[in-house]
Structures are given as C-alpha cells and as structure tokens.
Design a protein around this ligand. Structure first.
Ligand code: DON
Length: 321
C-alpha cells in the first residue's frame, strides 16, 4: 500500500501537536545534574527535517539545550565510521540492557561487553575508542567535528552544564573504572569519561537534532549541507541500535506506541528518524522516571500517528508538495 503525505499536512500536524501539548505540566526537570533543574520548564519546540533539506519548526526551536544522551548516537556513528560495524559489535555490543541508562547492574551482569554504545557504559567505551588514542584534544576535535557535520552547524559547549555534570558524575566514574576492571575500556578511563561528559554538555537546538536524524534517515548524506557525513552502509546498524535501546528500559513501549526509532536525553531532547522519509526532534525539559521528555514523547507520537507513519507498517510513503 502506498500513501501520499503532503508537506502542508506535515506542517499542520506539527502545529496541532504543539498546541495540544504546550500547556502539559507532567514530568519534572532532571535534578541529579543541578544545572538541568534550573532550565525553564515551559520551553517546548518541535523540528522536522525532510530529506530535501526543508525544515518545519514550531516553538522554541532556536533554544540550545543540553544534548545529553542523544550525543551517544553521534559518537556511536563516529566509532562505527572509524572501526566498522563488526568491530563495534565485538568491542561494545548491540544488545538492549532492559535497565536504566546508567545501570551498574547491567555492567556486572554482562562483564564481557557493555551491551550497546547507547547506554552510559557503552558510550564511555565508545569515547575511549575514538581515534587517535591517547590524545584528549584530538579525540575531542574528532567528536565535535562529527557532531557538527551531523547537525549541519556547530553546537556550543554549555560551560555551566559541563561544570555541573563533572562535579556530580560519581556513578559514571564508577562505570568507567568497572569497564577498566573488565578490560572493556580502550583508553585512559578518566579521559574517556571526561570526553563523554563534555559531549553530553553540548548545547543543541531541536532543529540541529532533526537535521542529524534526517542525515541518518538519508543514508549518512546531510540534506541541509549536502555532504556525505558517514558511510551509507552504517545507516542500518546505527538505526537498529536506536530502535533497540533509544528509550532504555522503556524502548519496547515506545516502539510499540510510536513506531519510530528515537533517542532521548535528560536535557529534554528526543530525536527520531523515519528511514528514507525524515528526521524529527522535540524538546521540553520535564522528563519521566526513565529520563525521557514527557512533552517531546507526546508530540512525536502524535505526529507519527496522525500522519500514519510507522516503520513497521509496511506502507510505501511518498512525501509530496
Ligand atoms: O550520563 C549522564 O548521566 C548524562 N550525562 C546523560 C544521561 C542521559 O541523557 C540519559 N538519557 N535520557
């Protein structure tokens, strides 16, 4: 079955979603990182990037918020590009943990691999893998350049967030040293942890995340900058990682209800992608108990359901003028 979706329909449904949920007050800003507790809880934005590079935006889509765990996707792409898909499977893994993002228990259960680059243990391992090994500044440049290429423009470090996060990341410090204990970190642990903390502290807009998602949905070709950011063969493995664990222990529920692979961050951002069709991102700081933005989830689900978009539907979708 084939369905046509017009760009004006997408715009209309995006505005409807914004109006429907803008006054929703469910959820609470993340407070285990003090900086995040003080972000304006009423901020709300939705961005879509189509594969022709056109963006559709509503609300606070120019506001730079903490990318947090969404950055795990960007750096997973970087190490996939540097090492190849087989090597990532071997050195990190591609399984869901079924447990919270920062679970030490998950690491103790599977001591032979930290499961996936999209939970904290695997993301810290991924930062340790970034080349060139042993050179913090060059590794950081590689991480930042890759995020910039995916977003289509440079994100900026939120210094206060970085400070706040560095001063309170005791759980992640334990993860970094446990990885060392199990020989599953591939560079200096404090260095890898600092790179991870820094990438989480980058400020991005929902539009930059929608462009990232569209780039993945478009086989690694950024539709805005018109540049090939990563090898097109890596689009399927990275999308499978997002679909498997993008919402941590809530991923099954999310996929079941929304039909779109998506990745969340405790800064309130969610980035989702429909392969071959578009990237979408929504941002609103209040999160649920699993660390996922309440309003961003509602908005993305609403838009997908109203447009009849679902990766599992088997429908052929055509975006028309
Ligand atoms: O590792 C942390 O605690 C944060 N820097 C990132 C956590 C995060 O965004 C989890 N996702 N929803």
């Amino acid at each position: 079955m084939s369905i046509n979706i017009s760009i004006s329909q997408i715009k209309e449904v995006t505005h409807q979603a914004y109006e429907e949920f803008k006054t929703n007050t469910v959820g609470k800003n993340a407070d285990y990182i003090p900086f995040l507790a003080n972000v304006d809880k009423n901020l709300f934005g939705i961005s879509i990037c189509l594969l022709n590079g056109q963006t559709i935006t509503v609300g606070d889509t120019d506001y730079s918020f903490g990318i947090e765990s969404v950055s795990k996707v960007h750096t997973a792409i970087l190490v996939l590009q540097q090492y190849g898909a087989e090597e990532i499977l071997e050195m990190i893994g591609a399984d869901a943990t079924g447990l919270p993002f920062n679970s030490i228990f998950a690491l103790l259960l599977e001591t032979d691999h930290p499961s996936t680059p999209l939970v904290n243990a695997g993301a810290i391992a991924a930062c340790s893998m970034v080349l060139p090994k042993g050179k913090a500044d060059e590794k950081w440049n590689a991480i930042l350049n890759n995020i910039t290429a995916l977003c289509g423009s440079a994100p900026h470090l939120l210094d206060e967030l970085y400070k706040s996060e560095s001063e309170t990341n005791f759980n992640n410090r334990s993860i970094a040293w446990l990885l060392k204990n199990f020989n599953r970190i591939y560079d200096d642990p404090p260095m890898a942890l600092d790179l991870y903390t820094r990438q989480c502290s980058l400020g991005v807009t929902s539009t930059q995340l929608a462009i990232t998602a569209a780039t993945i949905a478009n086989g690694g070709f950024n539709p805005v900058t018109k540049k090939q950011v990563f090898n097109s063969e890596l689009a399927a493995p990275i999308t499978s990682l997002i679909a498997t664990v993008g919402f941590y222990e809530r991923t099954g529920d999310w996929m079941y209800k929304s039909g779109i692979p998506a990745k969340t961050g405790v800064g309130g951002g969610i980035m989702g992608l429909m392969p071959g069709i578009m990237g979408i991102s929504a941002f609103a700081p209040p999160i649920d108990k699993s660390g996922n933005s309440v309003k961003a989830q509602l908005a993305i689900k609403y838009i997908m359901n109203k447009l009849g978009l679902n990766v599992f539907s088997g429908k052929q979708i055509n975006i028309v003028e």
